[in-house]
Design a protein around this ligand. Structure first.
Ligand SMILES: [Zn+2]
Ligand SMILES: [Zn+2]
Length: 369
């Protein structure tokens, strides 16, 4: 039976290929050759088709076995645990992956492997945003992130080791849509003037209504259960003008997951974002009043086209005092976010530095009076 996975190997020396974001080419670190994506794509098309076909047949076989109750125990256990196993075409080792793994590398021979069956038929992404920044850029970004964080315990930055760093193509849905908002306020404008001994305040009352439509394009929502949504939202935005038609040739050297959160579930998140943005844009046009009181609102979001895309993310995990800290970096723009521990000693020290002079100034004012 043909293999369900494909290794991307250097056509010159059969060394492992990796996609290099800076040059946009596939590179071999063994012999130094590099190849345009299209060339490797053309070379591997047949192998990818065969592997996808093998995966489809395997799926059908498993389903038939499961229905007939003839599946062996080991296979059944794996499926129940959400795992899949493959044989590395280079060294023959058995690779056990999550059921959603779409690209990885063989831990034994180091060859990058892609599982084309994960991108077949309905599972085929529309676009991919290739990595632009490499591992070194991610490490540098993390160091810079620590810099200037005055509340960070010194020991954290000194002892801190990056435990794991991986480049992952994360599956996202991109939603187009339209938001309609109909907003209603009671508003006032007041002005005061002196008239003889009296202060006269004139208040005009307004019935303010605003209605408008906001168009949205490509609101991203990650569709992998493993990825923390807050991290994924925080490393936006991506520049989607650089999206490429999907190809697995951008994946060697990186990990990839296929989606496991359906469109409708992600649509809730995208809808909420679209509704909030629509409301704040339309509400932002209500200006120049002394007071506004909301009386009613009606916000409606209509969903348009949905695209399935793979976006580049560097994940860095560090450990300190038995705690894990996860950082995520946008693989295109370098925007990095993550959680940091806060040193209480330093917090108060820092607070004191500000509070001290402030108290001195207050004291000086007091004495001047
Ligand atoms: Zn080579
Ligand atoms: Zn191998």
């Amino acid at each position: 039976m043909p293999s369900k996975i494909t290794n991307y190997q250097c056509p010159a020396c059969t060394g492992p290929l990796r996609f290099d974001g800076a040059s946009g080419k596939l590179c071999c670190d063994f012999c130094g050759s590099s190849f345009p994506v299209q060339e490797i794509e053309a070379l591997y098309q047949d192998k990818l088709d065969q592997a996808a076909q093998a995966a489809v047949q395997q799926q059908a076989k498993e389903e038939a076995q499961a229905a007939a109750g003839t599946m062996d125990e080991w296979e059944q256990e794996q499926i129940q645990a959400g795992m899949k196993s493959y044989n590395c075409p280079s060294c023959g080792a058995e690779l056990i992956c999550d059921a959603t793994t779409a690209a990885t590398s063989c831990p034994y021979c180091g060859n990058p492997t892609v599982v084309p069956g994960q991108f077949h038929g309905m599972l085929k992404p529309d676009y991919i945003l290739p990595f632009k920044l490499d591992k070194e850029a991610a490490k540098t970004a993390l160091r810079n992130f620590y810099k200037g964080k005055r509340l960070l315990p010194r020991a954290f930055t000194e002892e801190n080791h990056i435990e794991e760093i991986k480049g992952v193509y994360v599956p996202f849905w991109l939603f187009d849509g339209q938001g309609d908002a109909d907003l209603h306020y009671a508003a006032t404008k007041s002005s005061s003037h002196r008239s003889g001994d009296y202060m006269v305040t004139v208040t005009d009352h307004y019935d303010v209504r605003r209605a408008g439509t906001v168009d949205f394009q490509r609101i991203p929502a990650d569709s992998s259960r493993k990825m923390p949504d807050a991290h994924m939202d925080a490393i936006e935005p991506y520049n989607f003008s650089e999206l490429k038609p999907f190809s697995t040739a951008y994946m060697p050297g990186f990990l990839a997951e296929r989606y496991d959160v359906e469109v409708d579930e992600c649509a809730q998140r995208a809808r909420r974002r679209a509704a909030n943005t629509t409301e704040s844009i339309i509400a932002g046009t209500v200006k120049g009043y002394s007071s506004t009181t909301p009386l009613g609102k009606n916000v409606l979001v209509r969903r348009g086209a949905v695209k399935y895309v793979m976006l580049p993310v560097w994940l860095l995990s560090t450990r300190w005092k038995d705690q894990s800290f996860l950082f995520a970096m946008n693989g295109q723009t370098g925007k990095l976010i993550g959680d940091l521990p806060v040193s209480m000693g330093r917090y108060w020290g820092w607070f004191g530095a500000i509070a001290g002079p402030l108290a001195a100034i207050l004291l000086a004012i007091f004495f001047l009076l």
